[in-house]
Design a protein around this ligand. Sequence first.
Ligand code: M6R
Length: 603
Amino acid sequence: MCGIVGYIGEKEKKKIILKGLKELEYRGYDSAGMAILKGNDITHFKAVGKLKNLEEKTKNFTSEGFGLAIGHTRWATHGKPNEINAHPHLGEYSYVIHNGIIENHQELKNELQEKGFSFLSQTDSEVIVHLFEMFIKEGFGAFEAFEKTVKKLQGAYAILLISKVDKEKIFFAKNLVPLIVGKSSENEIFFSSSDAPLIGYAQDVVYLHDKTYGYAQKGEINIYENSVLQKPKFKKLSISKLSAQKEGFRFFMEKEIYEQSAVASETLMGRVQKNRVILDDIDDSFFNEINEIKICACGTSYHAALASSYLFERVSKIKCSVEIASEFRYKEPLLKNDTLFIVISQSGETADTLQALKMAKKAGLKTLAVCNVDNSSIVRISDEILLTRAGIEKGVASTKAFTTQFIVLWMLALKLGELKGNLGQNIVESEIETLLKVPAVLKVDEKIHEKIRRLSKRYLHGHGFFFIGRDLFFPLALEGALKLKEISYLHAEGYPAGEMKHGPIALADSELFTVALMPKTMLYDKVKSNVEELSARDATILALSPLEFDIADDFIKTKGYDHPMLEFFEMSVIVQLLALEISVRLGNDVDMPRNLAKSVTVE
Ligand code: M6R
């Protein structure tokens, strides 16, 4: 996810921008840049890769004395991660940085090109600076030109713009992605995408609302909504960096669970239109002659793979097999050229997954990576990539990575179904409608979280947990069990509900805890019978369902969405919270559980 910082004041601007960007590194990025306006000059720098490359480029540059500065870390969405696509984007005399996606950029670009504006980059962001200069050319003052620019934009944005036409001001706008503006006791102004870069600099901050815009100049912040000047609502900034990064949550895992709704929007951004899925820069021809899919991954990513296999077969009507990467490596697999080989990885560095990918490439298969970290080894090697855009995941127990992986795979299943002619237009449209509901479904329901917090005290002992479900909810059961064992150190297994009677039911007694995933849209009656079999043998049942279920010892009532995918995402958040709260009660280190590493780069 891109990061934004800005500064108005007397101090060395380069240092403030670099320090600020460093604090935003956790969001993930593949290039960075800054622009500094001082007197009559704007100087800008861009560099691909880590911030040290930008540092190196700016090492002989100093910028003391009054001026304006904007800085940006870019996580590529439109266009490759190269210097031209890095921000700031330049017009003739103005510079802009942007986080988000301008959905109508193509239409605006055509309009601007017809008027003689030329574009350097492949990004959607560049339209902003040219629009601004177009309005200046038409005779508007700087603020009016900026206001008119913002009104033409559709989509998500946090924008900072500086221009030689008004050397005192930074113009800003915000919609759907975060932007904070703050001021110090010395009348300096700061901008940032999150709290952390502001700590130690700004004392009072305003968390900008959606659809607000305005300008800041020395000691002054003017915020507008619908052309009406607003009274800024200042808040005192917290002074702890760690808690700023955790944004008030107890653990990174908890923050990441709560963040899923927002990151899901990032995952979807620019990838869906009313009636079709657009998979970044992947040309449709890449999928020509593909008759089969094989997916390889480890851990949670394997569970996302397994869940998606139901979609590839049911929705796209393409044969799909899934393998644990460490098993695949040594089984001397038979690979055919008409198979699309997909690897899924949050880190992009998992040794087993990387090796599996190399084997597939060697065998001449087309390869596609679903990954969260751009420029990772897996991304560099794959023929094509779909980034999950979850932002940096710090908790060892993966949560938002899983969610975004499954969203990307759902989009891919729809795309393939459409390309293969196996999905009617009306189905694609209604699936897309459902897809767009996912961010809302992922919003944590505080009442349910509170209930889980209370229930968790009953599940701290026993001789084991079974998470059970059918169909899509079987991989979710596996994931729920993995979450629990990783951070609670209690024994937990995920099982297909219908398989319990073939052995595991022998374990049933009151000390066997069964977490039953009972969606109403997916084989409800079948799962119900399986749970009744367990209950008859005295197993303790915690049921998750929108339908009342009398024999459950504990019951979490879900909302009862009409689509299995929505029920899936809702229950996914619940099993994550359950693991979290049990671990908290047991006093474990939620974010860094014993014996585990975030990225497993060994066999
Ligand atoms: O980075 P990857 O997605 O390739 O990592 C795979 C597994 O190591 C990872 O999902 C692991 O199982 C997590 N700790 C699960 O929470």
